[in-house]
Design a protein around this ligand. Structure first.
Ligand SMILES: NC(=O)c1ccc[n+]([C@@H]2O[C@H](COP(=O)([O-])OP(=O)(O)OC[C@H]3O[C@@H](n4cnc5c(N)ncnc54)[C@H](OP(=O)(O)O)[C@@H]3O)[C@@H](O)[C@H]2O)c1
Length: 288
């Protein structure tokens, strides 16, 4: 079994690269400069040379705020790019693993009561920002096709590679005694190492379709920040603020918890969010 990773220089792409290396699994990994998923000729050429059994698509346009002004680029990567991958996978009989986001849901605060354990895989989608809309368009392209796919939705993705909330919090504390973090957006972090492990187990079980992979628990960004500081023994004044005091170009969902019940029914238990954070902080400490 051979794998091809796209978007290999991103946080999830790097996690997959490390995973395959550590397991001695055959793979090739390409960054955007070597394999631009929006370029059909480039996609076709790479896939024909690599001849993978599975493509793991970690390529995405992920800048949520910038997407509001670069709608064309967001859709080009997150929809058209997926279309190209679907086409080549159909042509060559390749399985496609694709990642999407909690931001495909509307995330209205009222949904917290309707979905106490989080949105389910089949819950209605209704994204409120351009990034979410472009990711949903990619999902629809995939789901409408005849390709054999695994579509994994993750939320608040963080891991040892690339940029994420945990690293930002740690960096900001270096020269501040006070930090303000929003307390009215609730969800749960997905840890890259857990996402890769669980996705691989789903593949080994021969599963296809849509799955949510996130950690266990429902928290706000402020709760997350507080635990990062606790576990890192950092003393800082944390101000819990409403989103209205931290305006961003793109609207953010107030509630975007993903239910992982379907995953658990497969016998796959996700990490509790505090445990996932401990593992991540250990990884960050041992690499610094
Ligand atoms: N980050 C989050 O908080 C989050 C939350 C929910 C879901 N997700 C989803 O999880 C997946 C992985 O996200 P991530 O955090 O690993 O993203 P990331 O760190 O931003 O990496 C995305 C990678 O995609 C590459 N890319 C962009 N345009 C491309 C193109 N046209 N062709 C090929 N590669 C291209 C980028 O390469 P360059 O840098 O070279 O442009 C980048 O290395 C994505 O599907 C994302 O939507 C992420």
């Amino acid at each position: 079994m051979k794998f091809l990773i796209t978007g290999a220089r991103g946080q999830l792409g790097k996690e997959w690269t490390q995973f395959f290396k550590s397991k001695g699994i055959a793979f090739e990994a390409f960054g955007s400069a070597q394999m631009d998923i929006t370029n059909w000729e480039n996609v076709k050429e790479r896939v024909e040379l690599c001849r993978p059994d599975v493509i793991v698509n970690c390529a995405a346009y992920t800048n949520v705020d910038e997407a509001e002004e670069r709608e064309g680029t967001a859709f080009s990567v997150n929809e058209k790019g997926v279309e190209n991958l679907v086409k080549i996978c159909l042509e060559k009989g390749i399985k496609l693993v694709h990642f999407s986001t909690d931001y495909v849901f509307s995330g209205r605060a009222e949904d917290e009561k309707l979905f106490p354990r989080g949105y389910k895989e089949e819950s209605e989608t209704d994204p409120i920002n351009t990034y979410g809309k472009s990711k949903r368009a990619g999902e629809v392209t995939l789901m409408k096709s005849q390709v054999d796919f695994l579509l994994i939705r993750v939320s608040w993705l963080c891991g040892p590679f690339g940029n994420n909330f945990v690293k930002t919090m740690l960096r900001l504390t270096e020269n501040r005694s006070e930090l303000s973090v929003v307390d009215d957006q609730k969800g749960s972090p997905s840890f890259t190492f857990d996402v890769v492990e669980k996705t691989f187990e789903l593949l080994n079980k021969g599963k296809s379709g849509v799955y949510h992979i996130s950690s266990n628990g429902k928290i706000s960004w402020a709760d997350f920040a507080e635990e990062i500081f606790n576990q890192s023994n950092i003393e800082i004044n944390l101000n819990r603020i409403p989103s209205s005091e931290f305006p961003t170009k793109a609207k953010r969902p107030a509630f975007s918890l993903l239910s992982t019940q379907k995953l658990e029914q497969e016998g796959l238990k996700v990490l509790a969010w505090k445990d996932g954070l401990s593992v991540l902080l250990e990884k960050l400490n041992s690499s610094s």
